[in-house]
Design a protein around this ligand. Sequence first.
Ligand code: GDP
Ligand code: GDP
Length: 437
Amino acid sequence: MSTNIIAIVGRPNVGKSTLFNRLVGRRQAIMDNESGVTRDRSYGHGDWTGKYYTVIDTGGYVHGSDDIFEGEINKQVELAIKEADVILFMVDVEAGLTGLDEEFANVLRRSDKPIYVVANKADTNARAHQMGEFYALGLGIDIFPISSQSGSGTGELLDEVVKHFKTEGTEDPDAGIPRLAVLGRPNVGKSSFVNMLLGVERNIVTDIAGTTRDAIDSRYNAFGKEFIIVDTAGLRRKSKVSEDIEFYSVMRSVRALEDADVCIVMLDATRGIESQDVNIISLAEKNRKGIVILVNKWDLVEKETNTTKEFEEKILEAIAPIKYVPIIFTSVVTKQRVHKAVETAMEVYEQKTRKISTSKLNDKILPDIERYPPPSVKGKFIKIKYVTQLPTHNPTFAFFCNLPQYVKEPYTRYLENSIRKHFGFEGVPIKVLFKKK
Ligand code: GDP
Ligand code: GDP
């Protein structure tokens, strides 16, 4: 990765995600006073004076100071030491120096990476002066008092940090990498699926995600494909989370959907397709996302000759008129077709980004129009002259004709089917428009 990596390390509640949000430039994380609960992003991108970086908030999996284990500190810090170009060790001037800070410092001392101690919550001058006590840690190149909340001091800090960068960095190292969202009702097997992918091969950001469970946007390299899984936060174990957090997690699923290129919608084979599943699929279509349906826990279904076919038919019936979605029968437990699921999601992504030349389109579609022209309306004949794919983000086809307002829904569907028949676009919603010519 040709990116500069800044890691933020520190005990819970010192303000790591607040600083993270500031460094990535937009409000990505949902804040919650319960520390360590919500991590909308474990990594994001930003820039300072034209130098691009990736920032990692390593704090996602340290859940509250009571049950914090030395092993977890080690893991968090080791990741930072291994992957980062610069480490920001965050402490809290309001709370002062704590034993936990010292534990972090002890592990950090093993690193030869540049470390800055960031004395956060220095909202006032008086507070800023309290940073003095952190010199006792004997750690870091320097101590910077900042207020993540107001942003004061962060500019000075970044001025120093960027001096350690070896490259200019890239604006968005994730550009062009497919973003997949794994969606579905609780218990269908989403986290088992994602964890299985983690077990294959991974790279830096994935490592973080693997330990953080709560993190969103993890980069994967599985079965030779590179992709990002958006919103693994929906995957967090449902333990003693409050309703508030449940609400956020629903919101996050919707946002993950909006943020993804392809939605992998998981169903439970033992339950069949339910109305919530249909809702997710139509939401994905409305947002013009690629869609792949996984019927998971297929190992639990007793199979006869036509079981798969019947299952498929039931799904198609439930999601009608959507017909173009690939359906794959998986078992995460026996690893059946999991590889195929990833491959299909990647194919859907490719289809979604495809551009068909106007001449190819017309060669195939015009004969279909000739064979079955639009029915006349009030004695008027609709004449379609040609079709072209618009240079839009999602596949959109414009048909130029004399009376665009007269073309009816069934004919639109006929043209869509014709496009799909000749060019595929499996799993991808396409739009058909009529324009006056
Ligand atoms: P994390 O657990 O280390 O990621 O900490 P958070 O970013 O979740 O922040 C913990 C709490 O400290 C939140 O209530 C924040 O609003 C608060 N906080 C973060 N930065 C500042 C700051 O600069 N000043 C003050 N007064 N509070 C802050
Ligand atoms: P999530 O809530 O959607 O993330 O679901 P989980 O991944 O936590 O899975 C819920 C339960 O279903 C766990 O006990 C899994 O072991 C189990 N499970 C997941 N996938 C399969 C599968 O393919 N077959 C079977 N038999 N069980 C599965």
